[in-house]
Design a protein around this ligand. Structure first.
Ligand code: SF4
Length: 388
């Protein structure tokens, strides 16, 4: 969303805004002064006096969706090492990009990242468009990422609102309306306190404030530059904002997964269909995932490797996707050396598993299955959502 011009009529004040906040608006200058002293040093962030690199901003913003700075940092470094420019990324094989992305989750983003690099090179000569509306037309770039790139890399007067900013604004103004219905109002309030210049710094300052001070639990209000005008702090109910509409959980889906370990240290994998959930990622063979899963039926999805003693591992692997939780029963079997892989499957050396495009759920499944043989496959990367 583009900011109003300095002469534009101020929007009407929302009736839900607490009176004290109406009297004392949070001053963007105070936040920027705080940012000048306390800005986080991040690998993709330009230092004072440097120009922001749109490629780095786009790459980091894409990686940071739903993931923390700590998790993203090594992935960001790896991508830059492997593909230092957008042209290099555009030329990369999709499989290599998915492999490098493995562990970051939400794999559609990796496919879109690759498609976006190719589009920017093919249609824009390798230069990112500067306007948020044009950016938002590129693969995988939503309104928020377009706003961040436009404001940080091109100094466009754009307000980009994510979960961090929603939290800060809803507390500052005690926005009673629950999310997601409150989004337009939060955007309007963000707009109302945005500066006339330094738009990129303001966006990053809001992000830093949300990530380091105005955290979901126990916000450090005594250190907050906006503690004085904050309506929720005055009432002492900061942690109850933003208000949220209770989520309807998707129904639990269940399924079976089969970890076959060949005697010479190879694990059986296959590649998922290109389209759909975890598209084109690697997985161990298994059944469909469904709410009415039946274990006897699930056992029939075992790969055809001859007469094997499939042992059911105790417990199950749990994983939560955006729309549903999943419970997988894991079976493990030892397979004689020289056993051929069934059609559409392949044997992968244990030592090469970490380099496979395996989603986290499959990493958990393989780790769980291999424990049957006393083998540790790999460590799972820490992932967290929201507060980055
Ligand atoms: S005073 Fe506390 S609740 Fe209010 S914006 Fe600052 S950190 Fe958040």
């Amino acid at each position: 969303m583009t900011l109003a011009s300095p002469n534009a009529k101020k929007p009407r004040t929302n009736k839900r805004v607490h009176n004290s906040a109406q009297k004392r608006q949070p001053d963007p200058g105070v936040l920027l002064a705080w940012y000048d002293k306390h800005a986080r040093v991040l690998p993709w962030r330009a230092r004072k006096g440097e120009k922001s690199d749109p490629y780095r901003v786009w790459l980091s913003e894409t990686m940071l969706q739903q993931t923390t700075v700590k998790t993203v940092a090594p992935y960001f470094a790896k991508f830059l090492r492997q593909w230092p420019t957008i042209e290099a990324l555009a030329k990369a094989k999709l499989d290599d990009v998915l492999r490098a992305w493995a562990g970051l989750g939400y794999y559609a983003r990796a496919r879109n990242l690759h498609a976006c690099a190719q589009t920017v090179v093919a249609r824009h000569g390798g230069l990112f468009p500067t306007h948020e509306d044009v950016l938002a037309g590129l693969p995988g770039i939503g309104a928020y990422t377009a706003g961040m790139i436009a404001s940080i890399a091109f100094a466009r007067p754009v307000v980009a609102v994510d979960g961090n900013i929603e939290r800060v604004i809803s507390r500052l103004f005690r926005v009673e309306q629950p999310l997601p219905a409150a989004k337009p109002e939060i955007r309007r309030l963000t707009n109302s306190i945005s500066p006339q210049s330094r738009h990129g710094d303001f966006a990053q300052a809001m992000m830093d404030l949300g990530a380091t001070i105005c955290t979901p639990k126990s916000p450090a209000c005594v250190l907050c530059p906006w503690s004085e005008p904050c309506a929720a702090r005055k009432r002492g109910d900061q942690e109850t904002f933003p208000r949220k509409t209770p989520k309807k959980e998707g129904a639990l889906r269940r399924g079976a997964a089969f970890v076959a370990l060949r005697e010479d240290g190879y694990v059986l994998l296959r590649t998922r269909a290109e389209k759909g959930l975890l598209g084109a990622m690697s997985e161990v063979p298994g059944s469909d995932w469904s709410a009415d899963f039946n274990l006897d039926q699930g056992r029939k999805a075992a790969p055809q490797l001859g007469a094997l003693d499939w042992q059911r591992r105790a417990g199950a692997v749990m994983h939560v996707f955006t729309h549903f939780p999943l419970e997988l029963t894991v079976f493990a079997a030892s397979v004689p050396k020289k056993t051929a892989a069934p059609d559409g499957m392949r044997w992968i050396k244990l030592a090469d598993l970490a380099g496979e495009a395996l989603p986290n759920v499959m990493r958990k499944v393989i780790a769980h299955g291999l424990l049957n043989f006393g083998v540790e496959a790999f460590e799972l990367p820490a992932r967290k959502t929201k507060n980055r």
